[in-house]
Design a protein around this ligand. Structure first.
Ligand code: AKG
Ligand code: FE2
Length: 330
């Protein structure tokens, strides 16, 4: 990979760690019901959002609420295990699989996110699943949830193909879940409760400002557990344009375009900054749980935009470059 590639995406993350101002903006809601009948209309709305703010929320998306609830419930049960139990499933740098505690340092802030996470990247899960007796139903719930998120992500991505002028099945082929090269990730996240925190602790971020590495992120939030803020870019002088709170509504899936798709679309689809702030004094200080599915093109997928303005890069090389900058690999 060239130095320009390395610099462009990573530079975007630097110098953006400060609090900034808050601005109210609409994050478009897109109704996915009757998808096959309404495909053209849905595709228009998705394109409009993805080429503008880069964020949108899906409603009537087809993932059953009972499965979302089960996934959050099993996630909390996993994080409730003692640290020495969770340490049996360590995240190995560069793998996006396993458990980490305050290990992700964002280039924008230089400090670790105040969270723990457990990541599921299916071909890399040997010895990383908790036992059935420790967290009953964890694996079957997560396998079902992972696959439904994949299917929804592919549905959304397929809506971009005709406008981009690429093959209808480009993204589905490029994220083939049956391939050993599959590297999309389901990440369970637990932001630590702040009930016993000191004023000093509030100087950190639950998740520092960043853009995602992937093609498309599907983020599940819990009703009332807010903090996610998005920023649609910078002005001509490189100042961020202000942060917008994304209301946490249960069952609604907040989506954003990631850097991999921005590059693959020759910068047509926009990957924008976001972060998770600490609760304010009048907000709940309790823990926050979220679950993100990151659709990341398979390791052997070659990312090359239709106009070819960037040099081709494999999914493998792209993700490794970004993981190295966040988890201190290499
Ligand atoms: O937990 C959230 O609301 C956002 C998480 C996020 O942006 C990420 O993990 O990339
Ligand atoms: Fe993110």
């Amino acid at each position: 990979m060239t130095n320009e590639v390395r610099l462009k995406e990573l530079e975007k993350e630097r110098h953006i760690g400060s609090a900034g101002v808050t601005i109210e903006r609409d994050v478009p809601q897109i109704d996915m019901s009757d998808f096959h009948l309404r495909r053209a209309e849905i595709s228009e709305s998705l394109w409009e959002a993805a080429t503008d703010i880069g964020f949108f929320q899906l409603i009537n998306h087809g993932i059953p609420q009972s499965l979302i609830d089960d996934a959050f419930d099993r996630s909390a049960a996993f994080f409730d295990l003692d640290a020495q139990e969770k340490e049996k499933f360590p995240l190995k740098p560069g793998t996006n699989a396993g458990w980490e505690y305050k290990a992700q340092v964002r280039p924008s802030t230089g400090t670790a996110d105040q969270k723990e996470s457990y990541q599921i990247t299916l071909p890399r899960m040997a010895n990383l699943w908790p036992r059935e007796s420790d967290v009953p139903d964890f694996k079957p719930t997560m396998l079902a949830f992972e696959r439904m998120n994949w299917a929804l992500a592919m549905r959304v991505l397929s809506c971009f193909t005709s406008k981009l002028g690429v093959a209808d099945d480009l993204f589905v082929e490029g994220h083939d879940p049956l391939s050993p090269q599959y590297q999309s990730t389901l990440r369970l996240i637990h932001y630590l409760g702040m009930e016993d925190a000191t004023p000093e602790d509030f100087k950190y971020w639950r998740a520092g400002a960043h853009t995602d590495f992937d093609c498309l992120t599907l983020l599940h939030q819990k009703q009332g557990q807010g903090g996610l803020q998005v920023c649609p870019g910078k002005d001509a002088d490189g100042r961020v344009l202000g942060w917008t709170d994304v209301p946490p509504v249960g069952g609604v899936i907040t989506c954003n375009i990631g850097d991999m798709l921005m590059r693959w679309s020759d910068d047509k689809l926009l990957s924008n900054l976001h972060r998770v702030r600490m609760p304010k004094p009048d907000e709940s200080l309790g823990p926050r749980y979220s679950i993100a599915y990151f659709a990341q093109a398979n390791m052997d997928t070659v990312l090359q935009g239709p106009k070819g303005i960037y040099e081709p890069i494999t999914g493998h090389d792209y993700i490794q470059m970004r993981l190295g900058a966040n988890f201190g690999k290499k």
